[in-house]
Ligand binder design. Structure first.
Ligand code: GZL
Ligand code: ZN
Length: 332
């Protein structure tokens, strides 16, 4: 557990890392004539403050952003906040100091962003939200939000469960929530609960955060297997926690996908593999490949063009049969 002093040290270290990266990234040249930091004076300089590296989804999201920046000729200053909001805020402040042309980030939680976003606004640096949203009332603090509709993802998961438990008298669900306070965790819970609300036979008997990690999912599922006498279904807010739950279920001598059915969200390679093997029963896709759309939006906002306030991404759902068909073609 990081104490406040070590947290501050960690935050400072993260900021130093960002500054070091940016120095080496721009080859230490003087700020370009274009006003932004960085070597090439007409390349857009983007500061990206990533959540962390907590899941397969995040790894794919980071790869997509880095590859798209390369292809678009955008100079990317990139930081990993290890899932800590103070590190993301520190990184955004360092991008403001560097006078980047545009800031993009995926807010680890919904709250607590207004102050630093007002600093970016005062510095006249446009901000793009990707993946996760903020709860700020002032939507002049960011140009656009590019990402999925997490409530819809939760609804798709709940609708599948309602359709596939018709006739079962009592379906006990345990829920592995994502990071506490994160938009996907809040919204996937809301969507799922709304979809099962009218089904009289489905009940969420336990719900706890596994912080979107495989180890978190395993530890919480071990506890649920101890405390819950009858678990029929696991609803995990991402594949990684579902995969951790599979480890706990198998360690308890039960068969995942049969004794205990599993529904997850993301559809990353490891999740789709488990789905094709019958250990997961249904996956709702959450598309991490936001890089190309992000670079297009960055070019538009830096050019001062109006952009949609909300840009949704395409995504689907997968059954066990569908996973087996598409597994070989999955990019992530
Ligand atoms: C969703 C994204 C979530 C993924 C998790 O867009 O924020 O964070 O579902 C990731 O796998 O950790
Ligand atoms: Zn039961």
């Amino acid at each position: 557990m990081l104490t406040t002093t070590t947290r501050a040290a960690a935050a400072a270290a993260a900021a130093t890392l960002v500054l070091a990266l940016s120095a080496c990234g721009s080859g230490g040249d003087a700020p370009a004539a274009g006003g932004g930091a960085g070597g090439d004076d007409d390349a857009i300089v983007m500061g990206f403050a990533q959540v962390g590296a907590e899941s397969g989804w995040r790894t794919a999201n980071t790869a997509s952003i880095q590859q798209a920046a390369e292809e678009a000729g955008v100079e990317l200053q990139f930081s990993d906040a290890q899932q800590r909001q103070e590190n993301q805020i520190q990184a955004i402040r360092s991008y403001i100091q560097q006078q980047v042309d545009v800031i993009a980030f995926s807010p680890v939680v919904e709250t607590g962003w207004d102050t630093v976003l007002q600093e970016a606004k005062r510095a006249q640096i446009p901000v793009i939200l990707t993946d996760r949203a903020v709860d700020s009332q002032d939507d002049t603090l960011y140009e656009t939000f590019l990402g999925s509709d997490f409530v819809l993802e939760g609804e798709k998961a709940g609708e599948w469960l309602v359709e596939n438990t018709q006739g079962e008298d009592q379906v006990n669900v345990v829920e592995l929530q994502g990071t506490t306070g994160a938009a996907p965790a809040i919204d996937r819970k809301e969507g799922f609960e709304s979809a099962i609300a009218d089904a009289g036979n489905i009940e969420i008997v336990a719900s706890q955060t596994g912080d979107f990690t495989r180890s978190g999912g395993r530890e919480v599922m071990e506890a649920f297997l101890q405390s819950q006498p009858d678990i029929d279904v696991v609803y995990a807010h991402n594949d990684d926690m579902g995969l951790g739950a599979i480890e706990a279920i198998e360690a308890a001598g039960k068969v995942p996908g049969q004794d205990i059915r599993i529904i997850t969200v993301d559809a990353v390679k490891d999740g789709m593999t488990a789905l094709s093997e019958g250990k997961i029963n249904f996956i709702v896709e959450c598309n991490p490949l936001l890089g190309d759309q992000l670079m297009e939006l960055a070019e538009q906002v830096v050019a001062g063009e109006e952009v949609e306030k909300r840009v949704l991404v395409e995504e689907s759902t997968f059954t066990q049969e569908q996973a087996a068909e598409v597994l070989a073609d999955r990019q992530y």
